[in-house]
Design a protein around this ligand. Structure first.
Ligand code: NAP
Length: 303
């Protein structure tokens, strides 16, 4: 499994990570098998959030990790704060108390990375800065980042926060390509030219913030792989999968990793066989022509 550097941190992370949003539904023994398989596949990075399974995903992970021979210091743990079910809350008090809850549930003294989960328009960035300072100086959090944030939202935080923001976790898959689409259609009429993503791809590259794509096998109608509502993309992935000698499911992940922005994909599967299969995506180097062929087969016109 290829490793990349997360933003400007000193974290050497696998370019495929495991998201634990769905771990709450597993038995501890099943969760242990998932973690062991991820580890054997070269994955060293696990994504959490305080709200996943209302905290149960983090609890399950900690209990399951103890069933394996993997040590806490050999893996990297990321979690997120700021969503409170019916509203968003980036207050200092909430950030600090959420992190304490996360550390307790994950049964660890520190997080490698903490993200602000989804923008809070009532954010007072001075308070975020105070919270981050306290978490950093106490050793509870090593690095910080954001999720689902626009360039200006990041800039606003950066005006006050001292620590580097090393990542922005954003939705991206073969069938959810918002961050690429409008860039092809500058100055043209029609809905393809509408920029919903405000240049977040280029901004992230310019500022060395690693993009972490979430829901990497989802389209608007659920999982697109082997879904009869998405015939064209499945056909194209199968055709090119033969060329690259990998199955079409793994190729959909290789497509994301091919982007020179050097992203870190967050897988959501809790199926050990699928974890092994998707891990094969690391190291596959799609040609430029094939990358664009997949993009077009996903229904995206190029001018
Ligand atoms: N920052 C955010 O706002 C945000 C939002 C959502 C998620 N996330 C993070 O991103 C991670 C991934 O998100 P996600 O779970 O939506 O990602 P995903 O990998 O697109 O979806 C995983 C789901 O799809 C199913 N699946 C995967 N491959 C399949 C296949 N080949 N055929 C049929 N079903 C398949 C999985 O079932 P099996 O388990 O049975 O394989 C699982 O239910 C989460 O765990 C979380 O850490 C972040």
């Amino acid at each position: 499994m290829k490793r990349i550097t997360l933003g400007q941190s000193d974290l050497n992370v696998s370019e495929i990570a495991l998201g634990c949003m769905r771990m709450n539904g597993l038995e501890i023994s099943q969760a242990a098998k998932v973690i062991e398989t991820a580890n054997e596949s070269g994955i060293n990075f696990y994504d959490h959030a305080d709200i996943y399974g209302q905290g149960e995903s983090e609890r399950k992970f900690a209990a399951a990790l103890k069933e394996t021979s993997i040590k806490r210091e050999d893996i990297l743990l990321q979690s997120k704060v700021g969503i409170r079910y019916t509203y968003y809350d980036f207050s200092k008090e909430h950030i600090l108390s959420s992190v304490d809850g996360i550390l307790k549930r994950l049964d660890t003294d520190y997080l490698d990375v903490l993200l602000l989960h989804r923008p809070d328009t009532l954010v007072e960035p001075e308070e975020v800065a105070e919270a981050f300072d306290a978490l950093h100086s106490s050793g509870k959090v090593k690095y910080f980042g954001v999720s689902n944030h626009s360039p200006y939202q990041v800039e606003l935080l950066k005006k006050y926060v001292k620590q580097d923001l090393v990542t922005n976790q954003l939705q991206l898959s073969v069938m959810h390509t918002g961050m690429f689409d409008a860039s092809f259609h500058l100055n043209r009429k029609g809905h393809h030219a509408i920029d919903h993503d405000r240049g977040i791809l280029e901004y992230s590259r310019l500022h060395d913030m690693t993009i972490q794509p979430w829901s990497p096998v989802h389209g608007e109608k659920g999982v697109f792989l082997n879904n009869e509502e998405y015939p064209e993309i499945n056909e194209k992935l199968k055709e090119l999968g033969e060329k690259y000698e990998v199955n079409h499911e793994a190729l959909s992940i290789a497509w994301i990793l091919r982007h020179p922005a050097k992203m870190q994909v967050i897988l959501g599967t809790m199926n050990p066989e699928r974890i092994k299969n998707y891990s094969q995506a690391s190291g596959i180097e799609l040609s430029r022509e094939d990358w664009y062929a997949i993009y077009r087969a996903a229904g995206n016109p190029l001018p």
